[in-house]
Design a protein around this ligand. Structure first.
Ligand code: ZN
Ligand code: ZN
Length: 432
């Protein structure tokens, strides 16, 4: 059974008659003198072999399906031999070849100007560095310890850290207290409330693969965040699970020193009462820098900490104002997030949380048990078209309206430099 001509033609066209193997780029026709016939060098390689005994041939595909475009990839002779060679079969799987083909055909399509769903005039391509707001965890504690606990309520448990500066987060689950400190040690911080001799020890990795225990683990990490932010003087906003700055003194604005992106040292306002630009008159609400922090597991072993800057709005520096009183129109107009602003904000938080060091450190006691988050921001170079005008519009994701509003408000009001004054008048109407 041979490959039908229509299928051959489709494959040749879609692949631009170029070998689909990454970086090969060989044009698969060769022409000598103009009068010579065109020599076809391309080979229609089977992804799933034509016969069940051939390379990757073990598949439910019918003989007819095996000879269709969907199962063929156009390659030069050298790369056809490579993917079919015995030693390479484990590497060039069906999935891998399909992906290779798809990537190649997409590249060809773009090079040829694309189909109807691609705008005929693309915006100019620009190079950008895109930063992530996710910090990698470079060390997780190796063990977690649990022991029967005499207290059933977390707020009754008092710990006695063995050394100054030690952090002692814990959770109570199923009658046991779970912590990163070795509970077998009779001098452990919880020795007063746990039965040391009945301690169980688990490898933390073991917990990550069990969905229930993973939930417990994340709870324990959240307690650790509470400890860290508490030491830095941040308050926990339980409703939104985020941390924020409070004034040190009622009615007094507050700023903290930090190391910004382009200067060695600066201060940043963290609690302030916005002023009307024209008159300098204070508005009737306060803004507080806030951050949502979340640990999450990527793949099997890599943990990350996401840092999402937010703002909290209060009436007087303490009493929260719910976003629903702030006005839909303002929310809509202000809900624009720009990469650069976000980056500046993330920079502030990573510097503050890491105390201007390369790491955020959670001291749980012994070296191998400490939790360490790197404060280097992941970044990547991208080359992409600028945002087309029709897409350059506010975000509409309702779930994030609260945060986006409050965050975006910082851009306009942070330095008391407010380009859209009339929007704030709306806000005030609603707030009053
Ligand atoms: Zn083949
Ligand atoms: Zn090739």
């Amino acid at each position: 059974m041979a490959v039908p001509v229509a299928q051959q033609r489709k494959l040749t066209q879609r692949s631009g008659n170029i070998c689909a193997f990454p970086e090969c780029g060989l044009l698969l026709t060769a022409q000598g003198a103009p009068q010579d016939p065109v020599v076809v060098l391309g080979e229609m390689a089977h992804i799933v072999a034509e016969s069940p005994n051939g390379p990757r041939g073990d598949s439910p595909l019918t003989p007819e399906e095996r000879n269709r475009y969907e199962n063929l990839i156009l390659l030069c002779n050298q790369h056809h031999q490579l993917i079919d060679s015995d030693g390479a079969l484990a590497k060039y799987t069906v999935e891998r070849l399909q992906a290779m083909k798809e990537t190649h055909e997409q590249r060809i399509e773009r090079r040829l100007g694309g189909r109807s769903n691609v705008p005929s005039e693309l915006p100019p391509m620009v190079s950008d560095t895109v930063y992530s707001n996710v910090l990698p965890v470079t060390q997780m504690p190796r063990y977690i310890y649990g022991a029967p606990c005499s207290s059933g309520r977390e707020n009754e448990v008092r710990s006695a850290p063995a050394s100054a500066g030690m952090m002692t987060p814990f959770i109570l689950r199923e009658g046991r207290l779970w912590a990163f400190q070795d509970l077998r040690d009779t001098r452990n911080p919880f020795a007063g409330v746990v039965a040391c001799t009945e301690t169980e020890r688990f490898s933390t990795k073991e917990w990550w693969t069990d969905p229930d225990r993973l939930g417990w683990y994340v709870a324990l990490l959240n307690r650790s965040l509470n400890k860290l932010t508490g030491r830095l003087g941040l308050r926990l906003d339980h409703d939104h699970h985020r941390y924020y700055f409070e004034p040190e003194e009622a009615g007094v604005e507050r700023s903290v020193p930090y190391r910004p992106l382009n200067a060695s040292r600066a201060t940043r306002g963290v609690v302030w009462q916005p002023k009307k630009r024209a008159t300098g008159e204070p508005r009737n609400y306060w803004l507080h820098r806030a951050v949502s922090l979340r640990f999450f597991l990527v793949g099997d072993n890599q943990w990350c900490l996401s840092v999402r800057p937010e703002l909290r709005v209060t009436s007087d520096g303490f009493e929260s104002i719910h976003a629903k009183y702030i006005g839909r129109q303002v929310t809509r107009k202000k809900s624009r997030l720009f990469n650069h602003d976000l980056l500046g904000e993330v920079q502030f938080w990573r510097d503050f949380l890491g105390r201007s060091t390369p790491r955020i450190f959670f001291p749980f006691g012994t070296d191998r048990q400490n939790l360490i988050v790197s404060t280097s921001l992941g970044s990547g170079q991208v080359r992409w078209p600028g945002i087309p005008a029709e897409h350059d519009m506010p975000f509409k994701n309702v779930e994030y309206v609260d945060d986006l509003f409050t965050w975006a408000e910082a851009g306009g009001l942070g330095e008391d430099d407010d380009p859209a004054g009339e929007d704030d008048e709306d806000a005030e109407e609603t707030l009053r």
